[in-house]
Design a protein around this ligand. Structure first.
Ligand SMILES: [Zn+2]
Length: 266
């Protein structure tokens, strides 16, 4: 098999039952370490419910991601720019970020937008995106480079989360394979992220575990990691003092759109 990241040879590392139903081969690239499954024919079944039911951490994770993201965006980017949550799920993260005052938009072809309605991303309407955020999506991509191309088409920076590994994680020990739902089909080593950075002429900043930034800008990895640590120590409350929350403005804007639509119908 050919590695989906660096195009070198990817060799079978194990076979595992997923969805309690299919025996699937997993492959690892000898060069960049990227792990991929055989062609994922089972995804329709994996996504019968787009957000998997085992994911009890969804709220906690979104709050934590919003704290980390707000610290990074506030101090390292143009906080007045437009931002996109690529693969934004139910829209919870976009809503939290708009509550902070960051101009975030939502996109996700597979999930219904419940919390960020009215803020769907429209490339024709939105100018350049300062940073694309994509959390817990990379491991779901059947064609990671194609998705990354899309993200970089309108932005110079991708802030994303996916758990990375070293060596070859044992199927018994690394929970992140999530054989139960079979949605994690692309798994990234640090070297595979480095390869992507080089390919796109980007810099890679990472906490070495699950939170990463690919950007054309020359930033500082120490600053990146310090901000991630500070984000858990009250920095987001400080940031909110300097940002104008959109909670009320968004509500008013949506109410206006609704009344205009009603007038048009009448
Ligand atoms: Zn590779």
């Amino acid at each position: 098999m050919i590695c989906k990241i660096c195009s070198k040879t990817s060799s079978k590392i194990f076979r595992q039952r997923i969805l309690d139903k299919y025996d699937v081969d997993y492959f690892q690239c000898f060069s960049c370490g990227f792990i991929q499954t055989e062609e994922p024919y089972w995804l329709k079944e994996s996504y019968l419910s787009p957000i998997n039911t085992e994911d009890t951490g969804i709220i906690k994770r979104n709050i934590l991601l919003a704290k980390r993201t707000s610290a990074i965006l506030f101090f390292m980017f143009d906080k007045k720019g437009s931002f996109l949550d690529y693969g934004g799920g139910y829209g919870l993260f976009v809503r939290i970020m708009r509550d902070y005052g960051f101009n975030f938009y939502w996109s996700d072809p597979f999930t219904e937008n419940l919390f960020a309605r009215g803020f769907e991303y429209d490339a024709a309407r939105t100018q350049k995106i300062e940073v694309v955020a994509s959390f817990e999506c990379f491991e779901h991509f059947a064609d990671p480079l194609q998705e990354i191309n899309k993200m970089f088409s309108n932005s110079d920076s991708i802030l994303f989360s996916t758990e990375i590994f070293t060596g070859t994680p044992s199927p018994d020990q690394w929970k992140y394979y999530y054989f139960s739902h079979g949605q994690h089909i692309s798994l990234f080593s640090l070297d595979s992220l480095r390869f992507i950075a080089k390919k796109y002429d980007m810099h890679l900043f990472t906490n070495g575990k699950s939170f990463h930034l690919l950007t054309r800008r020359s930033l500082n990895n120490v600053v990146f990691n310090t901000l991630l640590k500070l984000s858990l120590l009250g920095i987001p409350s400080l940031i909110s003092l300097f940002m104008a929350s959109s909670t009320k403005l968004d509500s008013e804007a949506i109410a206006r759109t609704k009344s205009l639509t009603k007038e048009n119908i009448e």
